[in-house]
Design a protein around this ligand. Structure first.
Ligand code: FMN
Length: 389
């Protein structure tokens, strides 16, 4: 095996680091302020130990899941990640295709480079669309209509970014689209020639869902100012209720980290919630999502599906999230590393690695079916409880 054989997501991250310019790389890897929440998202997963079980017939294991009524190969979906098209040319299209072929849901971000229409034209199944709530109601309605026309099955409304967290590394790198061209950035980009050549092959290099559709945003350099002015800081549960009324498809509320908010989400009629702290990019000092999951699933009581992201880097993490009550996990950075490193193949590779880790750990814990996974697979569960399968 060569030194560069990829056996886990960390290897994909290393390959990614060699290929993508630092300004876009750190946009992905960084967290808010001291990055304590970013780190805790990972370490709290690691701290959860499995119960090793033997003497169970595990010959017919199945990772198959149903997420919001859709069949999935594993209990996993791709979280919305902005600017994928800057990690790799046509990044959103490639990630959506990889997800569709693998059999897991893909979520397109409002802040994507490829537009809703681009992704719809290049895929054959409905995908999910993530919406940021803006003050300009006409633009919001227009975006929701475009999502309907593009055949979007599920609207994911993100609630934890009405104001932007401070990411120090982004500020220091002059992260913007296009990036501020300091001498260091130009020098760094010059050494990433494979990334550069690939970017030259596509015309998609601006925010596909926004540019040309909103007033006052003809020039990309105005984007940050536009976002600051337009994200609706008055967003409350009444407004979310109105969005629920206007959207006939599945509605998912993302950015829930507190049991009280999970109950409100159920009250406004969400079909699912995503337990998320935005991958540690918004409020530093917030708890990890996995540590909040049991209290949140308790408060939801099965009235909505519970999805979880932030810190999922392996199939073992997917199993841990399932064990503590999530119906499925989601990944942001894990598939983005694959995309930046190798395009569509890299996303497939990330998903395959995670599936393999999940299958193996299911075997070691005596879990035959995804549906049978519960708290009994974890060591902290009362030891005298008999596993369901
Ligand atoms: C580079 C980057 C961009 C993101 N952009 C968005 C976005 O546009 N909309 C959104 O709702 N969440 C966005 N997120 C948050 C992800 O959807 C997800 O919550 C987070 O990545 C999960 O943590 P993980 O990266 O540890 O898996 C972004 C995350 C990253 C890393």
């Amino acid at each position: 095996m060569s030194e560069r054989t990829i056996t886990n997501i960390e290897d994909l991250e290393r390959a990614y680091a060699r290929r993508v310019p630092r300004v876009f790389q750190e946009y992905v890897t960084s967290g808010a302020w001291t990055e304590s929440t970013l780190k805790r998202n990972l370490s709290d997963f690691e701290d959860l130990q499995f119960r090793q079980r033997v003497g169970v017939d595990i010959s017919n294991r199945s990772t198959e899941a149903t997420i919001l009524g859709e069949k999935a190969t594993i209990p996993l979906a791709l979280s919305p990640v902005g600017l994928l098209g800057m990690q790799h040319g046509d990044g959103e299209i490639l990630a959506a295709q990889a997800a569709e072929e693998f059999g897991v849901p893909f979520t397109l971000s409002t802040m994507s480079i490829c537009s809703l229409e681009d992704v719809a034209r290049n895929t054959s199944k409905p995908f999910w669309f993530q919406l940021y709530v803006m003050r300009d109601l006409d633009f919001m309605r227009d975006l929701m209509q475009r999502a309907r026309d593009a055949g979007v099955s599920t609207l994911v409304v993100t609630l934890d970014l009405q104001v932007q967290g401070q990411r120090n590394r982004d500020l220091k790198n002059g992260m913007s689209v296009p990036p501020a061209l300091s001498a260091a950035t130009i020098l760094d980009m010059a050494t990433r020639w494979r990334w550069g050549l690939n970017m030259l092959k596509t015309k998609r290099r601006s925010f596909g869902n926004l540019v040309g559709h909103v007033k006052g945003l003809d020039d990309m350099s105005l984007l940050v100012e536009w976002v600051n002015k337009n994200f609706d800081q008055a967003l409350d549960w009444n407004k979310l209720s109105r969005i629920r009324d206007e959207w006939d498809g599945k509605l998912v509320l993302k950015g829930i980290l507190d049991p009280a908010d999970a109950s409100r989400a159920v009250e406004v009629g969400a079909d699912a919630i995503i337990v998320s702290n935005h991958g540690g990019r918004q409020m530093d000092g917030a708890p990890s999502t996995i540590s909040m999951l049991p209290a949140i699933t308790d408060s939801v009581q099965g009235a909505a599906e519970v999805l979880l992201d932030s810190g999922v880097r392996s199939g073992q993490d997917v199993l841990r999230a399932r064990a503590l009550g999530a119906d499925a996990a989601m990944i942001g950075r894990a598939f983005t590393f694959g995309l930046g490193a190798k395009g569509k193949t890299g996303v497939t590779e990330a998903l395959s690695l995670i599936k393999n880790e999940l299958e193996l750990t299911m075997a070691f814990t005596g879990s035959v079916k995804n549906q049978g996974i519960g708290p009994h697979v974890l060591l902290s569960y009362p030891p005298n409880t008999v596993p369901v399968n």
